[in-house]
Design a binder for this molecule. Sequence first.
Ligand code: AMP
Ligand code: ZN
Length: 444
Amino acid sequence: MDLTLYNTTTGTKNKLRPVHDREVRMYHCGPTVYDFAHIGNFRSSIVYDVLRRTLEYADYHIMQVMNITDIDDKTIKRSSEEGVPLSDLTLRYENYFLADLRNLNVKIPKYLPRATEHIGGMIALIEKLLADGFAYKAEDGVYFEIAKSQGYGALAGLDLEAQTQARVTGDDYDKKNARDFALWKFWVPEDGENVFDAPFGRGRPGWHIECSVMAMDKLGETIDIHSGGADLIFPHHTNEIAQSEAATGKTFVNNWLHIEFLMVDGQKMSKSLNNFITIRTIVERGFSPLAYRYWVLGAHYRSKANFTWAGLEGAQTAWIRLKDHLGTEVGEVNSTYKKRFLEIILDDLDTPRALALAWEVAKDPTLSLADKTATLLDFDLVLGLGLEPREQENIPEKIKILLAAREQARQNRDWAKSDAIRDEVNAMGWELSDTDSGPKVSRK
Ligand code: AMP
Ligand code: ZN
């Protein structure tokens, strides 16, 4: 069975045709590690994960890369504000990011290259672009000349006529065209010790070149799937295509996949708008990260999703109820349901319909409890909702969530809140004791 995916470039759904038989090579634009990631970032991560799990479920092999952007304006600025070396800062937030991914049941990609570990490759690519006449040196850096690029902006549907008119006026250094972008930025005092020697001048890479190099390094010059949030279509992915294809003369990416925004009150969730929510906040407010995952799966990745706490509450209730439909025994996976599930998920990762089918299974009176359990566990290979066979002494999900919220409160040294949660757990008929191996609960 083949995966059908929507491709941003063509605006149509197409059958995936991997370059290497059934091995799918994919690259995801990962986090810039200068602060906690927000749940909008994690919407993108959850979609990458569903893509990966779907490919595995449909017997493809995968090669998966997600980069870590650990050098750019934001990371450098934050490290100098905090007075810590850049790598201390970026490693700290990389670890938080990976921990959040694990809590969201996102399988960690095998390759997680950091930009600072690929500077040599970036310098080599820039040298090639300079030698071939696609790049030029300006006062403050090395730029890619978009007028030399074939079909620049096709991914974003940009109007090329308008491009050529976008001449630089005033003192915007000596760029030839306003949209020419920096491949390399020469050292300025704010960069401090974050500087690398290069034949064309000391400095550091621009953001776009980082992804081209890390993608091609592991996956080759033509990649099957490249993905990221919809905010990356222009300029980031547009520029990645221009510089990669100029250097190799080959198609850089066969399928571009873009995840629509997570919105709050009609605006994109983002750091700069200061309307962001982290996984930590969700846990503190008494939600499981997997309830958030359930909420994400409830919207198709190509539609905007408007986040509200009431919506998350609804998702958590539904998720807990779905888990309650599993029994202790695991029987046979129902083949008719499995076939339908495959069709749905292979149709451009249609997670809302996949969830609806899971509910159909959960409520089907003709299935034995054991077969129902097996079928739901099978779907969960893709959905990743942490479904599991019921245990004999089952700790209710609500209690587990309260325990996680109490752990978070303790980490924040918020003892009043931690005590209040203990009282709540007690009131629900459970005894809580702190042991060496963490908190334990038992029925009173
Ligand atoms: P950043 O750390 O800003 O480089 O973003 C990491 C990933 O999250 C990128 O793929 C972004 O496109 C994606 N992203 C950022 N904001 C949102 C949002 N509000 N909704 C969905 N994805 C987002
Ligand atoms: Zn990228």
